[in-house]
Design a binder for this molecule. Sequence first.
Ligand SMILES: Nc1ncnc2c1ncn2[C@@H]1O[C@H](COP(=O)(O)OP(=O)(O)OP(=O)(O)O)[C@@H](O)[C@H]1O
Ligand SMILES: O=P(O)(O)OC[C@H]1O[C@H](OP(=O)(O)OP(=O)(O)O)[C@H](O)[C@@H]1O
Ligand SMILES: [Mg+2]
Length: 293
Amino acid sequence: MNRTKDSSTSLRIAIQKSGRLTDKTIALLEGIGIDFDNYKRNLIVKTRNFDVELLLLRDDDIPEYVQDGVCDLGFVGANETQETGADVTPIRDLGYGKCRLSLAAPKNGSIKKPEDFAGKKVATSYPNLTRSFFKERGIDIQIIEISGAVEIAPQLEVADAIVDLVSTGGTLRANGLVELDTILESQTQLIRTNKELSPGKQQLIEKFLVRMDGHQQAAQSRYIMMNAPVAAVEKIKEIIPSMKSPTVMPLAEEDMVAVHTVIPLEKFWSVMEELKEAGASDIVMLPIESMIL
Ligand SMILES: Nc1ncnc2c1ncn2[C@@H]1O[C@H](COP(=O)(O)OP(=O)(O)OP(=O)(O)O)[C@@H](O)[C@H]1O
Ligand SMILES: O=P(O)(O)OC[C@H]1O[C@H](OP(=O)(O)OP(=O)(O)O)[C@H](O)[C@@H]1O
Ligand SMILES: [Mg+2]
């Protein structure tokens, strides 16, 4: 594969070419200012303003490309990384692509718990994780490896039960299956090769992470502005879980100030009521484009 940039310096990042993770991963990269050519048609996509090129792959293949150092970083689900047992290091949990790898069996059948799987045929696309789950429990099963549409295996009598990914549970219900236990809670992770990297690449990874962390933090934070009597400022400072002390600016109206700060989104509504009680008014919440911590 010809490298489109000097691979000793530019970072090569693997992302899913087309599937559940693609849009969120592309949005994250665009959110940290990485512009690139149309990614829909190409397998390698050059970026214009950051020393990175993207490799678009099937998600199953990403852990091994990163393990082998063909890519330095990869965006992939923990389910795929753990199924392959790839020698890589997850360095960020990204909060999207959430799902779980679970045991399931026919709703009205005799299999109700892991022990009931003994001696049974189990259909799955995740043989390694399935095998180790039952081996750890001393339960002997027969694995039937299927690459997709695993949920129909019991009704076709190809298997007695399954291990497959679940997020809403809709596919299980549609196929008369009930979820019995969870092997792994998964989400998309940023994984890093364990191969030795040049100092230049290590610095690029640090720079990439600063941008990514800032973008993630901004998405989970809001900028708030309010007016308040000077006498209420100390109480307001106690209420707001601010990263650092808020900005306080005098207003034309005597003994009134404007208070600006950044707070975590999930705290906004509880904090707003307390701020009102403390005497704040005209409280406005704004999204944050990005932050550098
Ligand atoms: N309900 C779900 N089913 C499957 N994967 C899910 C689900 N929810 C989240 N994910 C995550 O999305 C990842 C990609 O799922 P997708 O269905 O796009 O994979 P795929 O069909 O194997 O695609 P590819 O062609 O890239 O191999 C999964 O590995 C998992 O980490
Ligand atoms: O709990 P749910 O929300 O129903 O999601 C679970 C289903 O989604 C995935 O299949 P997908 O639709 O990705 O098709 P695939 O198996 O071909 O990847 C997975 O293999 C399950 O079948
Ligand atoms: Mg796949």
